[in-house]
Write a protein that binds this ligand. Structure first.
Ligand SMILES: Nc1ncnc2c1ncn2[C@@H]1O[C@H](COP(=O)(O)OP(=O)(O)OP(=O)(O)O)[C@@H](O)[C@H]1O
Length: 291
């Protein structure tokens, strides 16, 4: 099982969304992160064969997916960013309908849909109409439809956006339970999603790979560059203007700040262990300094 992306580019008119991007993916979860407009959705749509590259190739087990799209679609599960549901269907009807569209036999449809409803923990709500579902429940139906064909390649585009913290945790656990013998590509703005489930961390910026790393390596690289300090309000405002502040908490004795900076931002600042979001902010701020 191997997905190989070679020198991939995407132009929309004069706008370059992806620029000469190469990646090789093996089973596991790859967390794809980057600022708005970095090219994540364009990349995912090309992987899902919904968008043609302007240049470069994507190969699934050595076969170009452009020429052999059907072969890829048979092993693909895709949860797009703007996943829509049919309002007249219940969860069960919706999944059965999509399973039938995929060509499953009626026995397979019943069995597979029941299995998936159990996996995504929607058995109780299965016979309710989809518009009555919460955002998290809709996302779970979305992941269930992406899993109908037991895909070897699962692409999920910002699946936790808009979910409340409990739903987000539930969704992550579901994703984590799917990782064996699959390539999962998860695009997100929520760094803690990556921390929770991904073994590989790819940062895209302006259509290029800025980092292809692991959460552990990114954390290790940020060691010594995250600081904690308690200061008065005026100093907090000054520091906020000069440094990347990751958290700011008003307390009885002042304002507690965590700051991301390669150098000591304040004489009383002490080094603390970075979290992955801070490691990401550090990477992006170093990049901004270089640009
Ligand atoms: N259909 C389109 N026509 C023109 N430009 C487009 C189109 N789709 C995307 N773009 C541009 O391509 C670039 C990459 O967009 P893309 O949606 O792939 O980024 P993204 O990383 O998914 O962004 P977000 O995090 O906001 O979803 C952006 O500059 C965007 O404006």
């Amino acid at each position: 099982m191997e997905l190989t992306i070679d020198h991939l580019s995407k132009q929309y008119g004069s706008q370059t969304a992806l620029h000469d991007l190469s990646l090789r993916c093996v089973p596991g979860v790859l967390g794809l992160v980057g600022p708005n407009g970095a090219g994540k959705t364009s990349l995912m749509r090309m992987l899902a064969t919904l968008l043609a590259p302007s240049a470069g190739t994507i190969r699934w087990n050595g076969q170009d997916i452009h020429a052999h799209g059907q072969a890829l679609r048979q092993v693909l599960g895709y949860l797009p960013q703007d996943f829509g549901v049919y309002p007249e269907f219940t969860g069960r009807q919706f999944l059965r309908y999509l399973a039938a569209m995929k060509g499953l036999s009626s026995d397979q449809i019943k069995r597979r849909v029941d299995e998936l409803l159990e996996l995504v923990n929607l058995e109780e709500a299965a016979d309710r109409k989809l518009p009555t579902y919460s955002g998290g429940m809709k996302q779970r139906v979305g992941i269930a439809q992406a899993l109908l064909g037991d895909p070897e390649l699962l692409i999920v585009d910002e699946p936790t956006a808009g979910l409340d913290p409990a739903e987000r945790v539930r969704f992550r656990m579901l994703l984590a339970s799917l990782t064996r013998q699959r390539i999962i590509i998860l695009s997100t703005h929520i760094i803690s999603d990556v921390e929770a489930v991904a073994s590989r961390f790819v940062i895209l910026q302006a259509g290029r790979v800025l980092r292809d790393t692991t959460p552990e390596a990114l954390l290790a690289a940020a060691a010594g560059s995250v600081w904690s300090v308690i200061v008065d309000q005026a100093t907090a405002s000054r520091l906020q203007n000069s440094y990347q502040v990751s958290t700011m908490l008003s307390q009885m004795n002042g304002v507690a700040l965590r700051l991301v900076s390669p150098t000591r931002p304040h004489e009383h600042a002490v080094v603390v262990d970075p979290n992955l979001e801070e490691a990401y902010l550090l990477t992006m701020s170093k990049q901004a300094v270089r640009a």
